[in-house]
Each structure stands twice: as structure tokens, then as C-alpha cells.
Design a protein. Structure first.
Length: 450
């Protein structure tokens, strides 16, 4: 029976994707450990650190082990008996090796050499997976920026109506953020794809005179980069990775929260795609809740919390401190699974999004022209100074709101305005096309850089 929500038979699929769960599954992890021990033995034999026959026995055993319930139970039993992170695994493999191979198994390597290397192998695969997922999301956003570039809507600041923009512009803002995450993912790959093989305190004292060559060849065979020095107690690579996950998760949260708000009935500009049979409430049958948008926020909060936990793990005592690095076992897999789920859900949300263009236009009209106040002020500024123009438009807007008048009528009827602006010029100030600034040009800039 599962305890962690990621492993729930009922709810688990809302917190993970099948692909990323497979990367962190215990069977996968132990199979990777076997592969690491096999490669280590082969490399050490090539440099005559261990006997060739021992390496062959280790390789044969590692390749022949089926990571099934029986094997895992044996590993668990060894862990419980010894209270050591890896000895149960090592003894289970040793029991399946020839006598010579068992004696030389995991020679010179410490727990973190195996577990850190395995984690970095996983994160290297995950990095490529997340890049592919973000590329798919990017294509959806490109389509939205192009399709809705001419769809006017209200821009809002501090939760209040501000100036007109286009929905394509809003989508392009989201797209630009995804582009930066792709850049960050590409950059972080150089720092997370680094293995660990440094021994007890990181000095490589256990790997003989060819230690650096063994280390380099070991990493090469695993497809990892060579560390310039041990990082058993310097976890900034993982902290950077976790903070990048938090950034990506928070982008999903931000977009989801925007859709969540714009789906409110009093705004009703966007709606999540609805599938027949989806239930919003067991007490209020009429409800269609923004379930995906809402869940993006839930997942992102978990990732941000785990990222904060990882920063706590940066502080170590001396050359190794289990209080810090063992915490990574608890936070890294769920954060990776949740972030992958966020990207998948976000692509679905945007791909199925219902855009109510008419409601966007209606909401603009319901603003009674006050969204054009900036245009009026900026037209007056060259003639009377910006600060004086601001005070004049502020006064006109306040009077119009008090009297219940629309802003356009108030401007056209104000003698102070007529002293500076002709009627044709005033008419042009209330044209939507001329009030969205350079939204269109900025959409093009984002598309060109995508």
C-alpha cells in the first residue's frame, strides 16, 4: 500500500508522469547501481587496480541480477541489519559474485560515489526529457501568440483595469519565459552531468597512482563529466537544479493562476477546456472549476518548498554530512516528478483553452473609456507638460466617475482639452488599434528569438 501521494493508486497520476516516475523508480535506481559497479570494476581492471578475473566476475554478476522482489528484500534486510545505506546492496551483489569478484566489489568507492553518480545519470536523462517537453509547450504558445495577436483585451495592474493589450501579447510573454527556461536547462546540463568518484573524504586515496585516470575513464564510460574535485559536501549543483525546477514550476503556476482568474464568471475571458463527465462539485452540480489551473499551483508550491529544503542542504559539516545529503533522497525525486507533471498539464491546459474574444471586447467597452486616459495624457504632455497633463486628466477622470459619465464624453466635453487638442485628434485617442502600443512588434521580437 502506498503512503506517498506520488505512489497513490488513486491520485498518483496527478502528481507525476509515467516517464519521469520510471526514471526514479527503485528498480531503475538499483539497476543503475549495478551498471555503475560493473563499469567501475571494468575501468579499475583496465588500469590494473583490481584483477581482471575479479572484474569479469563482477560484470557477470551485475548483468545477471534480476532486480525483483526477492533481490530487493535481501538488500533491505542487509540495510536493516547494518544501518548502512549501501552495505545491504553490496552484500546482495557479493552473494551472486564469484569469490574473487566479491572481494574486489565496489573497491575504493564510497556510498556517495555510487548514489551521486546514479542521481546525475538520472538528471542528465531528465534534463533532455524536460527540454523536449518544453519544446512541445513552446509550439503551443507560438500558435497562441500568432492566432491571438489581433485580439484586444484589458491589461490589468494591481488587480485593476489598466490599459488595452492583446491576448497574443500575453501569450508571447509566456512564450518568452519558456524560452528562458530552455536556455537555463541547456546551461545547467554542463553542471549537473558530473559524476562522483572520490573515495572516503574526497582525496582519491583509495584508487592508487592512476586514480585521476581511472576517475576520468569511469566518467567517460558513463557519459558524465569529470569533477575537478570532490563534491560530496558541496551540493550547489543540485541546489541550482532544484531552483531551476522551482522557476519552471512557478511559471506554470503563474500562467495557471492567470487563467484561474480570467475564468471567473465576472470576467469570463478564458475557460479551461471541458470534457463531458468532468465534475466540479458533488454538492453544486452546475460548477465547472478550473481544476488544472488550480492543480498547477498546488504542484508548484510543493516544488518551491523542496527547492527551499535543498538550500538548507548546502550547509555541511566537514567532508561528509549525512544530515544534509540524505535529505536529497526525500525531495529531489518528487520535485522532478511534480515539475514534469506541471509542464504536461500546462501544455494540455493551453492546448484546450477556450478564448472568449467577444467577452474580452465587451469587458473593454465596460471600462467606459477610462483605459484611454494614458493616451489623452501623453497627447497633452508636449503642449502643457507631463505633470500638468496628468493632473488635468486625473481631474477629468475623477469627475466622470463621480457623475457616472463615460471618460470619452468627459474628455470631449472639457473646455481645457479643447484648448490643446482638436476634435479629430481626440477621436484618434480612443482608437483601440493605436492604444496597444507596440504589442505587435514585441510579439514579432519574441517569435524571431524563439
Amino acid at each position: 500500500m502506498s503512503v506517498h501521494i506520488c505512489e497513490s493508486s488513486i491520485f498518483g497520476t496527478s502528481w507525476r508522469t509515467a516517464e519521469v516516475r520510471q526514471m526514479f523508480e527503485e528498480t531503475t535506481r538499483v539497476e543503475d547501481w549495478l551498471m555503475i559497479l560493473s563499469v567501475l570494476a571494468q575501468t579499475q581492471a583496465d588500469y590494473e587496480l583490481i584483477p581482471r578475473e575479479a572484474a569479469e566476475q563482477i560484470q557477470e554478476a551485475c548483468h545477471g541480477i534480476a532486480v525483483d522482489k526477492e533481490f530487493l528484500a535481501e538488500v533491505e534486510s542487509g540495510f536493516v541489519a547494518s544501518n548502512h545505506s549501501l552495505i545491504g546492496f553490496i552484500r546482495a551483489v557479493q552473494n551472486r559474485c564469484g569469490k574473487l569478484g566479491g572481494e574486489w566489489l565496489c573497491y575504493g568507492a564510497t556510498v556517495q560515489d555510487v548514489t551521486d553518480t546514479q542521481l546525475m545519470c538520472t538528471l542528465a536523462k531528465l534534463q533532455k526529457h524536460l527540454i523536449n517537453e518544453l519544446e512541445l509547450l513552446k509550439e503551443v504558445l507560438i500558435g497562441m501568440a500568432v492566432r491571438y495577436r489581433g485580439v484586444y483585451m484589458l491589461g490589468r495592474t494591481h488587480g485593476q483595469v489598466g490599459l488595452p493589450i492583446t491576448f497574443g501579447y500575453k501569450a508571447a510573454c509566456w512564450l518568452d519565459e519558456i524560452n528562458r527556461h530552455l536556455e537555463r536547462l541547456a546551461e545547467v546540463g554542463n553542471r549537473i552531468s558530473v559524476g562522483q568518484l572520490c573515495g572516503g573524504v574526497g582525496s582519491l586515496s583509495s584508487l592508487g597512482q592512476n586514480a585521476l585516470q581511472i576517475q576520468a575513464e569511469f566518467m567517460s564510460r558513463l557519459g558524465l563529466k569529470v569533477p575537478s574535485i570532490s563534491w560530496t559536501n558541496t551540493r550547489d549543483r543540485l541546489a541550482e537544479w532544484m531552483n531551476l525546477l522551482a522557476l519552471m514550476a512557478s511559471t506554470g503556476d503563474r500562467i495557471g493562476h492567470e487563467i484561474y482568474n480570467l475564468q471567473r464568471p465576472e470576467i469570463a475571458e478564458l475557460n479551461e477546456g471541458f470534457v463531458e463527465g468532468t465534475i466540479g462539485s458533488i454538492t453544486m452540480p452546475q460548477k465547472r472549476n478550473p481544476e488544472i489551473s488550480e492543480h498547477l499551483g498546488t504542484l508548484a508550491r510543493v516544488v518551491r518548498h523542496d527547492s527551499s529544503h535543498m538550500l538548507e542542504s548546502l550547509v555541511h559539516d566537514h567532508e561528509r554530512d549525512g544530515r544534509s545529503w540524505k535529505g536529497e533522497w526525500w525531495i529531489v525525486p518528487p520535485a522532478c516528478m511534480a515539475t514534469a507533471k506541471i509542464i504536461t498539464l500546462l501544455r494540455r491546459l493551453l492546448g484546450e483553452l477556450q478564448v472568449n474574444e467577444q467577452r474580452m471586447l465587451n469587458n473593454i467597452h465596460s471600462a467606459d473609456g477610462f483605459i484611454f486616459a494614458e493616451s489623452v495624457m501623453l497627447s497633452l504632455a508636449p503642449k502643457m507638460g507631463k505633470q500638468s497633463a496628468h493632473m488635468l486628466v486625473y481631474s477629468i477622470a475623477a469627475d466622470a466617475k463621480s457623475s457616472g459619465s463615460d471618460f470619452e464624453s468627459a474628455v470631449k466635453g472639457d473646455v481645457r482639452i479643447r484648448q490643446h487638442l482638436g476634435s479629430e485628434e481626440v477621436d484618434g485617442l480612443f482608437d483601440l488599434k493605436h492604444s496597444v502600443g507596440h504589442c505587435d512588434a514585441m510579439i514579432d521580437q519574441v517569435l524571431e528569438r524563439t
